[in-house]
Design a protein around this ligand. Sequence first.
Ligand SMILES: *Cc1c(COP(=O)(O)O)cnc(C)c1O
Length: 401
Amino acid sequence: MSYLKSTPNRDGFFGEYGGAMLPPPLEPHFKEICEAYDRISKSADFIAELRQIRKHFQGRPTPISYLKNLSDMCGGAQIYAKREDLNHTGAHKLNHCMGEGLLAKFMGKTKLMAETGAGQHGVALATAAAYFGLECEIHMGEIDIAKEAPNVTRMKLLGATVVPVGFGGRSLKEAVDSAFGSYIEQADTALFAIGSVVGPHPFPLIVRDFQHIVGVEAREQFFDMTGDLPDMVAACVGGGSNAMGLFSGFIDDESVSLHGVEAMGTSSKLGEHAATITFGEDGDIHGFRTMVLKDENGDPAPVHTVASGLDYPGVGPEHAHLYRTGKANYTSANDKEALNAFYKLSRHEGIIPALESAHAVAFAMREAPKNPGKSILINLSGRGDKDIDYVTETFGFGDDQ
Ligand SMILES: *Cc1c(COP(=O)(O)O)cnc(C)c1O
């Protein structure tokens, strides 16, 4: 059986990672989601409607661009980018949010719920809710609300209710707790929509399935463009959804190596990076088993990166599995390398990337000179409009003005 059909197993395990460790009141609701997803996602009506949405609302297929100037500058391998930045709303997150919204509609739910950190998932989910005519409730830490004001404005314009979370560190972790608490009260009528390939089963599977379109399109487009498959594919890894989308298109191709790029932040010291696979150990977080960055008490450690979308002390269980089995390679890029890539791609290709995606660009720039004659396909997960004020106010306009 192909890898994707056989993984995860029925209990949601990718090897030893994944599963669902839920508070008892949520168990029946997750069981309902598993059963509904199994049935609905295979129905012709669901598949047909999702195809229409991909094409006429999201603007898929997104193209692949050959980054000729960057390839010439780096020397060595040829670099290509799958342009998820050209999705409506500017990132790959809409791929799974539209899928989750459609699933909610087919399940007869009236509301989508989630937590958000920097607000990117909240905006994508609020977009899906508006499209499907569903209510939307987003929990967000007060610190993040202050930091990410434009995303809060977007969510409100899209009709979402933003619930400020004022306890503890008033950030992402507390927003998760708050959102789950509220979901327990409303699980009959609401669907909790997780924002990456993380969380209890079946979400790592559901989100991978909805991101799979990225890899399917990319494989066909790359072959059309070059007559061959890429030698290396690479993507940044926060929770790991854009990476699983691209990887899943090539996972049965022996000749293609898969590379996840984590955020090394400002240094390899605990608290100054978000490189979970690079430095983490096995553990449990938010209801599933995976690799986790832990502090001295064994709790999830604080993380830092210039790219707030990569700021998570855990990682999708499938990535832990792909790492342990050697099916994919994991490495990192630090803030400085990501910023350099951000400036270079903007200036020499006319594409301002999200700081998250810039980590994948940095990987390609580092690997290209070492791999002459080869090709590297990266996932450009999002556009950088959200980052331009922060980058230019903090770091200026780059060296080669
Ligand atoms: C949220 C986000 C990411 C990180 O999420 P993954 O689940 O690891 O893909 C990467 N890029 C962009 C543009 C994002 O908004």
